[in-house]
Design a binder for this molecule. Structure first.
Ligand code: PLP
Length: 231
């Protein structure tokens, strides 16, 4: 399978899932997760029309952004966990940040965002079901963090992101995603800037779209299985 044909397959899956719940596939952004993949794989995706890319590791992501620096049409999302001592690189290079889970990081990103750049688009990460994961906040903590983030001038509060505990069963996948959908709709009442619900990966994208996802983060189905040896 080529990256180009993988992308058309993924787009067809998005179309189908959207049609099943009477949504427009235009309202669902495909984020190609290129972590661990080389620049020529990204180039193949660009040639297939893909423009939005997700990276998990700061150094690797920055290297790729610099490699493609003359492509002004690309949009780069940081979707991995972030240590505060690396926040400056994210603030200086990325367009989106999906994994905000504390005020300290928000403040650093706000302070470190260069004035020459548009404000950084930020999603708050919610730990919706994974008891073992330390990433993301509980829904009970959302109101406070949302309020703080929305007041930072160099950040734009765009919505929520989640990585639920892996489930193969569609109904179980939906249980977590439905909770996210509710929280997202609630948030939109208070914050007009909130327009993004980042959920759904290769194995649960259909359920995520049925539950209102506006952005799916797809790695394996586009680039194939990952090899972590060189990371
Ligand atoms: C790696 C990763 C993905 C992509 O996962 P696939 O199952 O390969 O599609 C999506 N989101 C996050 C946060 C990731 O770390």
């Amino acid at each position: 399978m080529t990256i180009q044909s993988n992308i058309s397959d993924v787009k067809a899956r998005i179309e189908r899932a959207a049609a099943e719940c009477h949504r427009s596939s235009q309202d669902i952004t495909l984020l190609a997760v290129s972590k661990t993949k080389p620049c020529d794989a990204i180039l193949a995706a660009i040639e297939a029309g893909q423009r939005q890319f997700g990276e998990n590791y700061v150094q690797e992501g920055v290297e790729k952004i610099q490699f493609f620096a003359d492509r002004q049409d690309l949009v780069w999302h940081f979707i991995g966990p972030l240590q505060s001592n690396k926040s400056r690189l994210v603030a200086e290079h990325f367009d989106w940040f999906h994994t905000l889970d504390r005020q300290k990081i928000a403040q650093r990103l706000n302070d470190q965002r260069p004035s020459t750049k548009a404000p950084l688009n930020v999603l708050i990460q919610i730990n919706i079901s994974d008891e073992n994961s330390k990433s993301g906040i509980k829904l009970e903590q959302l109101a406070d963090l949302a309020k703080q983030v929305s007041q930072m001038p160099n950040l734009v509060f765009r919505g929520l992101m989640t990585i639920p505990a892996p489930e193969t069963d569609y109904q179980r996948q939906c249980e977590a995603f439905r909770k996210m959908e509710q929280a997202y709709k609630q948030l939109q009442i208070h914050y007009p800037s909130v327009d993004t619900l980042s959920m759904g990966m290769t194995d649960d994208m259909t359920a995520a779209i049925h539950c209102g996802s506006t952005l799916v983060r797809i790695g394996t189905a586009i680039f194939g299985a990952r090899d972590y040896h060189n990371v």
